[in-house]
Design a protein. Structure first.
Length: 142
């Protein structure tokens, strides 16, 4: 009976030692994975900020191009209107409103589609916007 008990204790001790040693590498793996997860979460947060910044830049670039095209069309058509006035007849077609999808308003640039002769003020406002070092607020389109 004592011999059977000794065999049982030895077998239990061996089994416990095997389980304990097996748990140690698992704990190490879990700790390593937790550390890696924390690092990855930090990277994800940084990448999310970068994506947000790039979205803002893309919105600004879209608004800039759209507004610039619209104010250029306004000025060109204003010039055509002056040519029509000087000629006393319609050489060029009547002006057509070029939509800007709210881009000029988002950039706080005043369009002047009906000003004849055209003025340089929308272009000046655009140049000030591009050369200023003041950060642009996030754009809001209607």
């Amino acid at each position: 009976m004592i011999r059977a008990l000794a065999v049982f204790v030895t077998a239990f001790a061996t089994l416990a030692a095997g389980t304990a040693s097996a748990a140690t590498p698992t704990n190490k793996k879990i700790a390593a994975l937790q550390k890696q997860t924390a690092a990855l979460q930090k990277q994800v947060k940084a990448l999310q900020k970068t994506v947000k910044d790039l979205d803002g830049f893309a919105d600004f670039t879209y608004a800039l191009g759209t507004c610039q095209t619209a104010i250029t069309a306004d000025a060109l058509q204003g010039t055509w209107a002056v040519v029509n006035q000087v000629a006393g007849r319609a050489i060029f077609p009547a002006a057509v409103n070029i939509p800007d999808d709210g881009a000029c308003n988002a950039l706080r640039i005043s369009r002047q589609p009906t000003v004849v002769p055209p003025t340089i003020s929308p272009f000046s406002a655009l140049a000030v916007l591009l050369t200023s070092r003041v950060p642009v607020e996030p754009l809001v389109f209607p």
